[in-house]
Design a protein around this ligand. Structure first.
Ligand code: PMP
Length: 285
């Protein structure tokens, strides 16, 4: 696989990053994951915009020296012949000469920019979308700025391990009795004709797929409520699902051992998945 590091396309085993990189030492970096369908980027503009916001929130404003990211995404997809899969982009504050809590002078610091692809044939036609996934609830013990897409993924990773130990697919995180989001996705329930998902704030990542799916839902005259909900309300819902750039819309059929609705994927999630895939393919770049 060919990867991109700081201006160079090279084989993955030749790519190198300094041990002083602040991404490595301090999780001082941000990332984006964009899916690729038909060899094209899905929702790229949304991911680019959120990346810019994450950088700004961390006083790591997009340096003038940052390369044209769309161009690099496209070139890497081409070099690796990706038809269906994902592309990962990470930007860290870079590698000053030594470990220091103080940010390096923004004038001298060059960010570390890394991109790599993941080939996932059959991503859109995932058989899991037909059976749905099971989740457990876990306490949300992440930091308080989850709206910034940092590479600080230790707690979400621990959440996935708790899910694995419980024999299920993922975990929904709960804070003050309310669901925040999944370990790497936004969480939704459906009751009657209403789609319910947590309102935006610092407590959750502002999902790019979330924004698109809510827009398509409203355009299709579905009713949307942006508010928090509890695990008990989710277990009593007609349907549940998650969204993310790599899972698109994925039904959730069981929460903490209780079946949601009939315990099988529901019609609203299936319809939203279809609309999302159709519409985003049309405008892919
Ligand atoms: N929440 C969290 C915590 C995530 O990690 C992700 C995926 N990166 C999402 C939500 C979904 O965001 P998106 O639709 O932009 O992939």
């Amino acid at each position: 696989r060919i990867v991109y590091v700081n201006g160079t396309y090279l084989p993955e085993n030749e790519a190198m990053i300094s041990i002083f990189d602040r991404g490595f030492l301090m999780a001082d970096g941000v990332y984006e994951v964009t899916s690729v369908l038909d060899g094209k980027l899905i929702d790229f503009a949304g991911h680019a915009k959120r990346l810019e916001r994450s950088l700004n929130e961390l006083d790591m404003p997009r340096p003038a020296c940052l390369p044209d990211l769309l161009e690099i995404h496209r070139e890497l997809v081409r070099l690796n012949g990706i038809e269906e899969g994902m592309i990962y982009l990470q930007i860290t504050r870079g590698a000053p000469g030594d470990r220091d809590f103080v940010f390096p002078d923004p004038e001298t610091c060059m960010p570390t920019v890394v991109l790599f692809t993941q080939n996932k044939p059959g991503l859109a036609n995932s058989p899991v979308a037909k059976t749905g996934i099971k989740v457990i609830s876990v306490a949300d013990q992440r930091w308080a700025r989850r709206d910034i897409k940092t590479v600080q993924l230790l707690y979400p990773s621990m959440g996935k391990m708790m899910a694995k130990a419980a024999g299920v697919d993922d975990a929904w995180m709960v804070e003050d009795g309310m669901v925040t989001e999944g370990t790497s996705n936004n969480a939704y329930i459906v009751k009657g004709n209403t789609i319910i998902t947590r309102h935006l704030g610092n407590e959750i990542l502002h999902g790019i797929t979330r924004a698109a799916v809510l827009r398509f839902a409203r355009e299709a005259q579905m009713h949307v409520e942006e508010r928090s909900f509890s695990i008990a309300e989710a277990q009593a819902a007609d349907e549940a699902f998650i969204t993310s750039a790599s899972a698109f819309v994925m039904p959730v059929v069981e929460i903490d051992g209780a079946a949601v609705g009939a315990g099988t994927p529901g019609p609203v999630a299936a319809r939203l998945r279809e609309i999302y895939l159709d519409e985003s393919r049309k405008v892919a770049v």
